[in-house]
Write a protein that binds this ligand. Structure first.
Ligand SMILES: C[S@@+](CC[C@H](N)C(=O)[O-])C[C@H]1O[C@@H](n2cnc3c(N)ncnc32)[C@H](O)[C@@H]1O
Length: 247
């Protein structure tokens, strides 16, 4: 991490993800049935787009508890390495790999994304870097992320990235306009982190987090050079009071 702002960003996010991992692993959380039965499927977008995996070595960055990492093996990859900064997530990933008989072909590394090159001794040898769904928004510097990905790959290796576009988050029902249509929720063109007070999880729905504050950068991939930003502070202030959504 380059500076104290980023360190604070990381420690808040990691506390949040440690907590979220426990929620995902508890009853009512992730469903591992298909993975345990050896028939886990990728989302349709990935099925259409993923490069052939047979015999490939893949690195999965921000792997959470490794369900998708192990899915890469079920779909033909020869060996995988998953990296995530959440200790509980990596512990769960190792247990899942052992349970499914993949311990010899799956390695899980607990490290911050920006420390990946030091943490993965075989960086520079992977055929595929796999990064999907809700990953890069958590990172303060997308240029450094690109460098890390490049350092993971062998010459000619490829990155597979599938993620939501931040434009989808600009308007949201959480701040409905007076006519009931979705209102303005998150700034699109700001380079500053968007600080959320999380009250919903994408698996279990509404929930109360002890570590609710998170930092995200939504638009770093798409930041234009010539757009005029008009502040909408009244929206931001309203939300800050109730600590819901983007603050
Ligand atoms: C939405 S999850 C990704 C889910 C993933 N697509 C999967 O395979 O299940 C985001 C992950 O990013 C991880 N993460 C966030 N910031 C990180 C960082 N700076 N370094 C490493 N992992 C990070 C979190 O711990 C979490 O597991």
């Amino acid at each position: 991490m380059a500076n104290s702002g980023e360190a604070a960003w990381r420690s808040a996010n990691r506390a949040h993800w440690d907590e979220r991992t426990a929620i995902h692993l508890a009853p009512g959380g992730y469903n591992f049935a298909a993975l345990r039965e050896g028939r886990a499927q990728f989302a349709a977008i990935e099925r259409d787009e993923l490069p052939p995996l047979a015999g490939k070595r893949a690195v999965h960055l921000q792997c959470h508890f490794g369900a998708d990492t192990l899915k890469l093996l079920q779909h033909g990859a020869a060996a995988v390495v998953g990296l995530d900064f959440s200790g509980p997530a990596i512990k769960a990933a190792r247990a899942l790999a052992a349970e499914l008989g993949f311990a010899d072909r799956a390695r899980f590394v607990e490290a911050d994304l920006y420390d990946a090159v030091a943490a993965i001794p075989d960086a520079g040898t992977f055929d595929v870097a796999y990064v999907t769904w809700g990953a890069i928004c958590w990172l303060p510097d997308i240029s450094r992320w690109c460098e890390i990905v490049a350092k993971m790959l062998r010459p000619g290796g490829s990155l597979y990235l599938a993620d939501g576009h931040p434009a989808a988050l600009v308007l949201d029902d959480a701040v409905a306009a007076s006519d009931g249509t979705p209102g303005f929720y998150t700034p699109y063109f700001s380079g500053d982190p968007v600080i959320y007070c999380e009250s919903e999880d994408y698996i279990v729905g509404e929930t109360t987090f002890k570590n609710a504050i998170t930092h995200t950068a939504l638009v770093q991939m798409m930041r234009p050079d010539h757009v005029r930003w008009h502040e909408r502070t009244e929206v931001v202030d309203e939300q800050a009071e109730g600590c819901s959504g983007a603050v």
